[in-house]
Design a protein around this ligand. Structure first.
Ligand code: GLN
Length: 513
């Protein structure tokens, strides 16, 4: 039951094979059994059961609200949830309880979906490992699955692997079957990166298609709510519910169509797939490269046009991203001053000393580092040299995409990450920030240009860990993008989530040790 798709669960409800409260209990149970993965910061047990009960009543009265009624979902802890703690995995907000729901959360609740809890992440969504939050690192459930353990002989509790980030908790909620869908955020890859490394679908919609109201900002000009599901069609259903104009976010745009379901048998013969040559980046693993070629060949054999294309400014995207990111971070984080809400440093010698103590104690060093860099880039004497230059590079990167899409390419096919997921011991040994910076090389360009992009799990690596491929589409052509992604999903033969579940059962035994 826990591994069904959204459509299947909805049907199971209507046929009376399971009730929303029974399903909610099963998920709550599983959250307890998988606690060691550290995916949730807050579990909303009482509220979940109440919402499930309401959904059950609607079903009994024959008035279910739609495909999400009664469906358990999880939310990254940087989306405001009314009367439910929203911490951004930071000491700064550890006791913050918002008085309102983010628009995307409200839309899910309006559809009758059942909130299971708030998920773990990198502090303020800065990172690529989900290792940098104040509640400790999130563990990848594939660590405990059969393939990884037999291929590597690893001892799960000492050799565990990371989830990617920064929305690792949400990816794990979906991968370990404690929620059917989860919200992440995606500023530079934070939904696609953990989606790829945890073997689930991770969608970053076009910028502006989903409201950011109530999403605690990282980089306003790039942030988008992300969607994690176990199938591409599920992502399309959720996108259909969440998209569209919001008066509370002036950057939103009207939805171009009202997709809910995708066509079962999409014809790729009229589709042109672009393979960007610059994405053959240093550090790309052999396994990932092999999957990338395999899927490109599949397209070719099915009659799609597959063309090598060039995005010449790709090499500048990481630097461009970090200058713009830090600039916006410095400005966004200014609101955390210990006065209105959040942590306050207990120093009363002067206002300045109170600010300093608040921000020193409240933020981790990643956040403080970005604030410092951002303020440096924005100094009067540096502004032209860094911030304005990065804005110009941003335009060049966007123009690269425009010219490729303008020449007839419909969708780009690329790797999502350089390699499969790292062991925590390796990830934390290297300079974490350097690693984090490199890992986003394939994902950040889509944020810089505002394009829709999705990761689809395609295979297990030789280490028995998931590898995802990314598809990037034209702006606001999210539905076409998902149709192509579903075509890939139907053909790659990624092990089903229930196979992964075999490992989960073992995990429950080993974790008792
Ligand atoms: N890893 C990138 C960063 O640290 C992207 C994060 C994100 O998408 N939220 O900024």
């Amino acid at each position: 039951m826990l591994s069904l798709t959204l459509k299947e669960v909805s049907l199971a409800f209507r046929e009376g094979r399971i009730s929303p409260t029974e399903l909610c209990r099963k998920c709550l149970n599983r959250i307890k059994k998988t606690q060691h993965l550290n995916a949730y910061i807050t579990v909303t047990e009482e509220l979940s059961l109440k919402q499930a009960q309401q959904s059950e009543t609607r079903l009994q009265q024959g008035v279910p609200l739609g495909p999400l009624d009664g469906i358990p979902f999880a939310v990254k802890d940087n989306f405001c949830t009314k009367n439910v703690k929203t911490t951004c995995a930071s000491r700064m907000l550890k006791d913050y309880t918002p008085p309102y729901n983010a628009t995307v959360v409200q839309k899910l609740l309006d559809q009758g979906a059942v909130l299971m809890g708030k998920t773990n992440m990198d502090e303020f969504a800065m990172g690529s490992g989900s290792t940098d939050g104040t509640y400790g690192p999130v563990k990848n459930p594939w660590t405990y699955a059969e393939p990884y353990r037999t291929q590597t002989g690893a001892a799960p509790d000492s050799d565990w692997i990371v989830t990617g980030g920064s929305s690792g908790g949400s990816a794990v909620a979906v991968a370990s079957l404690t929620s059917y869908l989860a919200l992440g955020s995606d500023t530079g890859g934070s939904t696609r990166n953990p989606g790829a490394l945890c073997g689930v679908v991770g969608l970053k919609p076009s910028y502006g298609l989903l409201s950011r109201h109530g999403l605690i900002p990282l980089v306003n000009s790039m942030d988008v709510p992300g969607i994690f599901t176990r199938s591409v069609n599920d992502a399309a259903i959720v996108l259909g519910v969440l998209q569209g104009l919001d008066v509370r976010d002036s950057t939103t745009v009207p939805a171009p169509s009202s997709p809910t379901e995708l066509p079962e048998d999409f014809d790729v013969r009229n589709i042109c797939i672009g393979i960007p040559k610059e994405y053959h980046a240093p550090g790309l693993s052999e396994d990932t490269l092999a999957q990338w070629s395999r899927v490109a060949d599949m397209f070719e054999m099915a009659g799609a046009r597959v063309e090598q294309v060039s995005l010449p400014h790709t090499q500048y995207s990481i630097v461009c991203y970090y200058v713009l990111c830090c600039g916006e971070v410095a400005s966004n984080m200014a609101r955390f001053d210990g006065l209105e809400y959040g942590h306050r440093g207990e120093v009363d010698s002067s206002t300045e000393a109170m600010y300093a103590a608040t921000r020193h104690e409240g933020f981790n060093d990643v956040v403080r580092g970005r604030i410092l860099s951002g303020n440096y880039f924005l100094l009067k004497q540096n502004y032209q040299h860094y911030y304005m230059k990065a804005q110009k590079v941003r335009r060049l990167i966007a123009d690269d995409f425009n010219s490729v899409f303008g020449s007839g390419v419909d969708v780009l096919l690329t790797p999502t990450t350089l390699t499969d997921a790292a062991r925590y011991s390796d990830f934390s040994q290297e300079d974490n920030r350097t690693r984090s910076v490199q890992e986003d090389v394939f994902t950040q360009p889509a944020n810089i240009a505002g394009l829709p992009a999705v990761t689809v799990p395609t295979a297990l690596s030789r280490r028995g860990l998931p590898i995802g491929l990314q598809l990037v589409g034209r702006v606001l052509e999210d539905k076409k993008l998902l149709s192509v992604a579903q075509w890939v999903e139907q053909r790659v033969g990624f092990p089903s989530i229930s196979d992964c579940d075999i490992g989960m059962i073992k995990m429950e035994q080993t974790s008792a040790v």
